[in-house]
Design a protein around this ligand. Structure first.
Ligand code: SF4
Length: 399
């Protein structure tokens, strides 16, 4: 029987490190790109040989900056995933791109190579904020990038934005959202800034060179975004993600009880649904994480050690961890509750052979009492109020 997986390929190269970034990415290593593509192709072959039943549903190139790989390399990886893991011809294939390093020719070549969903790291429409974040692009690059993506044939474009920045005003956040919606993307991801220890942005805040971000203001920004997205026809199907729907959303946090994310329309992120539903995924490349066959692991975190290990047939997997049934159940609840659809009784029961209420009856009852969770029509999900206090609820399931 085939084992369905979402395949993720990590591309650990960037032109310059942004001031807030703690992702696994490296600058000054673009000369390794050809060897890296070869290593990823070898890793695909290793997995295909070890587990011939793996079947890919989606493919996602994340980073780092995947658009720094040549389209021929992206095409070779897509072809290998199709050949070895049976990725269907119409499967969602996403590529993250930096608006500061793309043009029409490059995007056309990516589209021809099989990429059918483009995710652009727009982040902000404010030049001041882009500079503070250390981004290499200007807002006009985002505008031109979306235009070029449409000309290149992309009908599925997602934009990433970041909020809760030091000194960011509600007015400028609103302006960023307004200008972003003017570009009519099919999908939006909105992330609250995390001050990562050691990142220059966090250090500047700690040294008092930048103001401390205000969490209450960030919460207000989140709510403003939700309202604006809804009025622009976006369904907020996950806490940080919205997609255009085939019909307008009735409410901000709205799916009919028992409704499934797919009903919203074709622009929800199919790949990320696998993470939120906590089904299996296979991460390829430097630092990539995988969750498969009751095990979780990550790959070596440096391009040189990863390439060298793959080429010399040495172990390249680290931090291997057995996922017990209890951890799996708790994580399925935590991740699933991020979705407006919540966790369905039917899916939980089919996977774990036990009703949700039997495992989490007390926890659900407690959060129902606080009006943070609701359990109806065979679904446990966050209430609109719970959506704003998600972390509190998730922690309850982890305990
Ligand atoms: S482009 Fe993305 S991955 Fe690269 S440094 Fe900036 S935030 Fe990090």
């Amino acid at each position: 029987m085939a084992t369905d997986v979402a395949v993720y390929v990590h591309v650990p190269f960037c032109i310059k490190r942004c001031t807030y970034c703690d992702f696994t990415t490296f600058t000054g290593m673009l000369n390794l790109r050809a060897a890296y593509i070869e290593a990823v192709l070898d890793e695909i072959a290793i997995w295909a040989q070890r587990f011939p039943t793996l079947h890919a549903n989606t493919l996602y190139f994340g980073g780092g900056t995947p658009s720094l790989l040549p389209p021929s390399g992206i095409a070779a990886i897509i072809a290998a995933v199709q050949r070895e893991f049976g990725l269907p011809g119409d499967a969602e294939i996403t590529l993250e791109a930096n608006p500061g390093a793309i043009d029409l020719t490059l995007l056309s070549d990516f589209h021809t190579s099989g990429v059918n969903r483009l995710s652009l790291g727009a982040q902000s429409a404010s030049e001041h904020e882009l500079e503070m974040l250390g981004r290499i692009h200007h807002w006009n690059d985002v505008v031109e990038g979306v235009r070029a993506a449409r000309t290149a044939g992309f009908d599925n474009v997602s934009l990433d934005l970041i909020f809760g920045l030091p000194g960011q005003t509600l007015n400028w956040w609103w302006e960023t959202l307004r200008r972003t919606l003017d570009l009519t993307p099919e999908h939006l991801s909105l992330y609250a800034l995390t001050l990562e220890p050691g990142a220059p942005l966090a250090e500047n805040v700690a040294l008092g060179k930048l103001p401390e971000p205000d969490p209450d203001l960030a919460a207000e920004m989140y709510e403003t975004a939700s309202e604006l997205l809804k009025s622009a026809g976006f369904w907020q199907y996950e806490i940080s993600n919205g997609a255009q729907g085939t019909t307008p959303p009735p409410e901000i946090w709205a799916l009919p009880p028992g409704g499934q994310t797919e009903q919203i329309g074709p622009w929800v992120s199919q790949h990320n649904l696998s993470y939120w539903r906590n089904t299996g995924w296979l991460g390829l490349g430097v630092g990539a994480h995988s969750f498969l066959f009751e095990e979780r692991w990550s790959n070596l975190p440096h391009p040189v050690s990863y390439i060298s290990a793959i080429h010399s047939h040495r172990p390249y997997r680290i931090s291997e961890e057995l996922i017990t049934r209890e951890i799996d159940m708790a994580e399925t609840m935590m991740m699933g509750l991020r979705l407006a659809e919540g966790v369905t009784e039917e899916r939980f029961d089919r996977r774990f052979g036990v009703p949700i209420r039997e495992s989490y009856g007390q926890t659900i009852q407690k959060f129902e009492g606080l009006e943070l969770l609701e359990h109806q029509s065979g679904t446990v999900r966050l209430t609109p109020k719970g959506r704003l206090l998600g972390n509190q609820v998730f922690a309850g399931f982890l305990l």
